[in-house]
Design a protein around this ligand. Structure first.
Ligand code: NAD
Ligand code: UDP
Length: 312
């Protein structure tokens, strides 16, 4: 029998997918997590098996699949630069074919579908802060292009499935997010700095550390994701925290929270590393009545506690 709350989460054993799954299960909804465990882990979903409404499918989204679902949360794609650059052709395939397969499924069963897109569609932005209307400044052939262009074409597929087939799409442009369940070895800046600080290693600053990012705690992001899915808004929407920090400020904050004696080590800036990033969230405020609540320091403390527990 059709249950009107059956959710499919692709990338469900990853960082964001596992938090989303837990949040939906706690609301009493049914959740099927689908993942190929490229960057996700069994540990992230272990506690979810206690919910009767939870199921897991090991599958690669580049292959089609038939399922009866009502909402598709399409998150499957490696998100950290070291992981998406590990096999860049597979990353582009995952974004293109994975999104194509999930849109096909949404069309067939009449499900709503939310694409986890990214601030990377803006590339190294010339407009600051970035509004959804900004078209972006993306290198088509650089080392980040597999991810950036993959997500851009995924957004295009969503828009075309909406126009041509009437599929009910949501396009969420996620800005840098952090929290428990991140991999300590994923190379992203917050997990790297916390891992280094807890292990008394030097904190690695790429370039001069003056490049900026805006960091959203995962609980705020998942609230925004669920509100967007439940809205009627079918165009791209930024979800992220608009408070901007230089990477050096972030390093100082984490150092002071863990061990103020740690040293910095300067390394080369990776190619095409965006110089600045900060979302305009006016659209999310107006349409979803959403804005993040958790301050960076508070979110970092929760994340550091989780890393301490899980690095044992
Ligand atoms: P993550 O790497 O922790 O999770 C991605 C999940 O997708 C993993 O569980 C991985 O095993 C799975 N996956 C990858 N390729 C797959 C495939 N071909 N088939 C099936 N499963 C596959 O990353 P995350 O931070 O949880 O990101 C989730 C989504 O959100 C991604 O689409 C990412 O692009 C997007 N996003 C995340 C952030 C962020 O700051 N975390 C920012 C922007 C966008
Ligand atoms: N970064 C850094 N040291 C690290 C890891 C990352 O200085 O150990 C920098 C990186 O060059 C970038 C920023 O932190 O400018 C955010 O990097 P991350 O990989 O987390 O995300 P993205 O670049 O995709 O926003």
């Amino acid at each position: 029998m059709q249950n009107n709350k059956r959710n499919l989460i692709t990338g469900g054993s990853g960082f964001l997918g596992s938090h989303l799954a837990k949040s939906l299960l706690k609301k009493g909804e049914e959740v099927i997590c689908l993942d190929n465990f490229f960057t996700g882990s069994k540990e992230n979903i272990q506690e979810l098996f206690k919910f009767q409404n939870f199921e897991f499918i090991r599958h690669d989204v580049t292959e089609p699949i038939k399922l009866e679902v009502d909402k598709i949360w399409h998150l499957a794609c490696p998100a950290s630069p070291i992981h998406y650059q590990f096999n860049p052709i597979k990353t582009t395939k995952t974004s293109f074919l994975g999104t194509y397969n999930m849109l096909g499924l949404a069309k067939r069963v009449g499900a709503k579908i939310l694409l986890a897109s990214t601030s990377e569609v803006y590339g190294d932005p010339e407009e600051h802060p970035q509004k959804e209307s900004y078209k972006g400044s993306v290198n088509t052939t650089g080392i980040r292009s597999c991810y950036d262009e993959g997500k851009r074409v995924a957004e295009t597929l969503c828009a075309d499935y909406q126009r041509v087939h009437g599929v009910d799409v949501r396009i969420m442009r996620i800005f840098n997010t952090y929290g428990p369940n991140m991999r300590f070895d994923d190379g992203r800046v917050i997990s790297n700095f916390i891992f280094q600080a807890l292990n008394n290693k030097k904190i690695t600053l790429y370039g001069n550390g003056r490049q900026t990012r805006s960091f959203c705690y995962v609980d705020d992001l998942i609230d925004g994701m669920i509100l967007l899915m439940n809205s009627n808004y079918q165009y791209p929407m930024n979800i992220g925290n608009p408070k901007e920090f230089s990477i050096k400020e972030l390093a100082n904050l984490i150092r002071n929270l863990v061990n103020p004696d740690l040293e910095f080590e300067y390394k080369d800036l990776p190619l095409d590393d965006p110089k600045q990033r900060k979302p305009s969230i006016e659209l999310a405020k107006n349409i979803l009545n959403w804005e993040p609540k958790i301050e960076l320091k508070d979110g970092l403390l929760k994340t550091i506690d989780w890393f301490k527990e899980n690095l044992k």
